[in-house]
Design a binder for this molecule. Structure first.
Ligand SMILES: Nc1ncnc2c1ncn2[C@@H]1O[C@H](COP(=O)(O)OP(=O)(O)O)[C@@H](O)[C@H]1O
Ligand SMILES: [Mg+2]
Length: 262
């Protein structure tokens, strides 16, 4: 039987809705209403269930605001579910949105060491790989400067370079395939293809349906905060493109859209 490393059982996640403050008088006037009513919440994910198997490359697609990053945040343990159960077995490196896990006042190099140690490696193990990481990131010039001066693209490059070289058991990737210049994107793609054949479990959020269908074993489509479909990458991507009204071309076993991202 295949080993399950990530399991979501009827998971919901809601955030408090931002309420406009309309002055003390209004609050006093509405006090009973305010006390009686539970504050409204926005449901970013509603009752979602799925499992990811050991070694699987699992893709997540969906429109902006669908709940993809929230899903990764729950896997990483950075967010707690409002309802349901999330179970994760394995060493995770939470590469979430840009900059998560980074300390702005530390240099690039110090952040590599810090994150390596947070991942459970010894300082010596991190130091053995640091040159390779810096090399891959192409940030030599900036590596001894605090990362608060880095652009978001540079942070994403540093983040990807760290996770790609420190052998996590579960790798979470959030839209990093779309950042950086074309040359760096190509390097990321190649690195991902290297992982493709390895044992690492990957959960990848990307708008690039081409990469998703090349890299992943299964894809989950989140639409309006619920799971719309989970299954074969080609089938899911096809339905997703159809629904978005985007032309979908299969060329050999490569998938392309007329506009490569949307
Ligand atoms: N910290 C937060 N507080 C309030 N709402 C949030 C927060 N994070 C995300 N949301 C909302 O939850 C929804 C899902 O967000 P997210 O998971 O980031 O979507 P995606 O990654 O698919 O674009 C969005 O509507 C977003 O505005
Ligand atoms: Mg997101």
């Amino acid at each position: 039987m295949r080993e399950i490393v990530v399991s979501f059982d009827r998971v919901s996640k809601s955030y408090p809705l931002y309420k406009e403050f309309r002055g003390v008088k209004n609050v006093l006037f509405d006090l009973t209403k305010h006390l009686n009513r539970r504050s409204p919440r926005f449901e970013a994910l509603r009752d979602i269930s799925f499992e990811v198997y050991k070694g699987e490359k699992f893709g997540i697609i969906g429109r902006n605001g669908a709940g993809k990053s929230t899903t990764l945040g729950l896997v990483a343990g950075v967010l707690k579910p409002s309802a349901g159960r999330v179970v994760v077995n394995g060493r995770i490196f939470p590469l979430l949105t840009l900059g998560a896990g980074f300390h702005p006042e530390l240099t690039g190099k110090e952040n590599i060491i810090l994150n390596g140690i947070l991942m459970g490696l010894t300082r010596r193990e991190v130091l053995q790989k640091i040159e390779e990481i810096i090399d891959f990131s192409e940030l030599e010039e900036f590596i001894d400067r605090p990362i608060r001066i880095y652009s978001s693209g540079m942070l994403a490059r540093l983040g990807f370079s760290i996770v790609a070289h420190l052998d996590p058991e579960i790798l979470l990737i959030d839209e990093v395939l779309g950042v950086g210049d074309i040359k760096f994107q190509k390097k990321c793609q190649e690195k991902m293809m290297e992982f493709r054949t390895g044992n690492v479990t990957m959960i990848i959020v990307s708008h690039s349906v081409g990469s998703i269908s090349t890299i992943c074993d299964r894809v989950m489509w989140i639409e309006n905060h619920v799971v719309r479909m989970i299954g074969d990458p080609m089938e899911v991507v096809e339905q997703y493109c159809k629904q978005a009204g985007v032309e979908f071309v299969v060329d050999g076993n490569k998938v392309q859209t007329k506009t490569s991202t949307f």
